[in-house]
Design a protein around this ligand. Structure first.
Ligand SMILES: *[C@@H]1O[C@H](CO)[C@@H](O)[C@H](O)[C@H]1NC(C)=O
Length: 356
């Protein structure tokens, strides 16, 4: 009995030590930091199995250089978002997921800048539960090796420290004023295949963790962020919610897909086609109008008002001139086109690359 007890003690001690070395005291998704005053130097200050946080979260004008290691990211609007990408050229996402840094579409964030001409088409989508950007990019311009089919960044990871470790996300998409940023708890960002999708889920909504699911890391944007983004098009739309990633309806039954473990080899087929939700009220812009101005000129406040006012009915899209005026007034060379929306064309697929 004593021996048994002793061995139980030894085993549980061993487990405790292992757990300590791998897992942080507090998982990243449980940490809260107000922006900007509450930002720590590093959200993950521990030295555990995966080492220490590669960069820092307190970013300022002196960290706003192309060697920046800023790991505080944003998704505000079509013209104003950041993507996670490697700190050193010619890297694979899979090799660097723990250390990606923020590359932003605009100056003023204390981060690296996405070269404006690297963006080849971006769709911003606002839905009841999240906002998302999906697009096409010359990924070599943000240090991702040519041909890398990439992978998923999210605030979880097997050790709950996030990928990148300590990476933080903020948004003004649900704020009353454009310069108030709220910490986004659940988000996912797929990078690779010269494409990207970044979804940030409204922290006040009950299904944030489901819409921003992090388990389907091998099946890309088509399954995690079904969209109709088009190469060469820069647009802002309103849309209905996607299904939760991995959840689909077949013959009237709601089913959940289980992604097979990597040990079983490449994923060669997935038993469903994800549903691309209806979208409406798309406004198109020229890329130069979006990425060479300073952020905030297209104010998210007026957009928030617009999106609430015109919930996808054809009547409201056809007489939307009034609600657009603030946007058009702010960005002089923006053109906008109201598209008739409902479409099932796939945009950024990029799961094909995962499946290949
Ligand atoms: C800017 O941020 C960096 C990284 O957090 C920090 O080391 C540096 O002291 C800051 N500089 C200023 C002027 O606040």
């Amino acid at each position: 009995m004593a021996i048994l007890l002793l061995s139980v003690l030894v085993v549980s001690n061993l487990l405790a030590v292992t757990a300590q070395e791998r897992f942080p005291q507090t998982p990243l998704v449980l940490k809260r930091f107000s922006y900007p005053t509450g930002l720590p130097y590093q959200a993950d200050s521990e030295n555990l199995l995966r080492g220490t946080q590669f960069g820092y979260n307190r970013c300022n004008s002196s960290t706003e250089i192309q060697e920046s290691l800023c790991q505080t990211s944003f998704l505000n609007y079509l013209d104003d978002f950041c993507l996670w990408a490697p700190p050193k050229p010619d890297s694979l996402i899979a090799d660097t997921e723990g250390e990606e840094v923020a590359w932003c579409s605009q100056p003023g964030r204390g981060t690296r800048r996405i070269p404006p001409d690297a963006l080849k088409g971006v769709q911003f989508m606002r839905t009841p539960d999240y906002v998302q950007v999906v697009g096409f990019i010359d990924q070599t311009a943000i240090n991702i090796a040519a041909g890398d089919s990439g992978g998923e960044l999210d605030p979880h990871g097997a050790d709950l420290r996030g990928n990148p470790l300590g990476g933080l996300m903020y948004s003004n998409a649900w704020s009353k004023s454009a310069d108030t940023y709220e910490q986004v708890i659940e988000w996912h960002n797929f990078m690779g295949g010269n494409a990207f999708c970044l979804k940030v889920c409204d922290p006040s909504r009950p299904n944030a963790a489901s819409y921003c699911q992090h388990r389907y890391d091998r099946i890309g944007c088509a399954y995690n962020a079904p969209n109709n983004a088009k190469e060469g098009v820069f647009e802002s739309c309103e849309g209905e919610n996607q299904d939760f990633p991995g959840v689909y309806t077949q013959d009237g039954r709601v089913l959940t897909y289980t992604q097979p473990p990597e040990a079983l080899g490449p994923i060669t087929s997935v038993p469903y086609q994800p549903r691309v939700p209806a979208s409406s009220n798309c406004k198109q812009f020229s890329s130069s109008a979006l990425y060479t101005n300073t952020p905030g000129r297209i104010t998210p406040v007026s957009l928030a008002a617009t999106s609430v006012a015109s919930t996808a009915s054809p009547a409201s899209t056809s007489k939307s001139g009034g609600s657009q005026s603030q946007i058009d007034g702010e960005s002089n060379d923006a053109t906008y086109v109201v598209s008739s929306a409902i479409t099932s064309v796939f945009g950024v697929l990029f799961s094909a690359l995962f499946l290949a």
